[in-house]
Ligand binder design. Structure first.
Ligand SMILES: [Zn+2]
Length: 235
């Protein structure tokens, strides 16, 4: 059985490392979203605002009703005097009549306002109902998304466990010196330490390799690209 060349093993290691990195990044993003209640809080905020608007209107209506009731009481009192037969003086009766008229005049616009207030309250109540329905919708979607996320995170974790086991196994077959070169290059070259050679060209920096470089790359020792410094791998 042919022994796998070091460059092939390092290339395999690099493929594993790139896959592990990519999965770890996805895992980080999904973990960040897990338990993130921003959308729920936004929907709750809208619902709270709708509820507060309704409460404010009801409060305003209550004061208005009290004001109307107060004036109505005064009107009744004046009318009782007016029609009670106890007041005899025409001047006094005239004054009472003026008072009743004046009170009714001040009550009319308040009653109009009260009717408008009822319409506003009806609309505000509909707003609260819509807000509750929207919150329920957002909550259901959020719960589904969270369940999916939790499932995806579990899958990613077990996938990563498998990849890391593969990585340890590949690593155990490579000498320490080659691993040190690989690690150093990975840091320097943004993750790509090993470059494939195809048709005599380093695929990382696209330079043509000389025939002696090609020969060395075929050998059992590690050969780095004379241009970019990456470990050359002839597939
Ligand atoms: Zn190169």
């Amino acid at each position: 059985m042919a022994i796998m060349s070091v460059s092939r093993q390092l290339f395999h290691l690099q493929e594993l490392d790139l896959e592990i990195e990519s999965h770890e990044e996805t895992l980080r993003q999904k973990t960040k979203l897990l338990g993130d209640k921003t959308v729920l809080e936004q929907a709750q905020g809208k619902l709270n605002a709708a509820q507060k608007h309704l409460d404010d209107l009801k409060h305003e209506q209550k004061s208005l009703d009290e004001e109307i009731e107060d004036i109505s009481g005064k009107i009744k009192h004046a009318e009782d005097q007016l029609y009670g037969g106890k007041v005899g003086s025409p001047k006094e009766l005239l004054n009472l009549q003026h008072e009743v008229n004046s009170l009714k005049q001040s009550r009319d616009p308040l009653e109009t306002k009260d009717l408008e207030m009822m319409d506003k309250i009806t609309a505000a109540e509909a707003g609260v109902v819509a807000g509750q329905a929207e919150y329920k919708k957002v909550e259901t979607a959020w719960q589904t998304q969270q369940q999916q996320l939790a499932g995806e995170i579990d899958q990613l974790k077990s996938k990563l466990a498998g990849l890391n086991a593969d990585r340890r196994s590949v690593l155990s077959g490579i000498d320490e010196q080659s691993i040190a070169v690989y690690d150093k290059l990975r840091k320097q070259k943004g993750g790509q330490a090993v470059a494939k050679v195809e048709q005599g060209i380093c695929r990382a920096c696209r330079i043509s390799l000389s025939s002696s470089e090609m020969q060395q790359a075929r050998g059992s020792n590690l050969k780095q690209c004379g241009n970019c410094g990456r470990i050359l791998f002839l597939s």
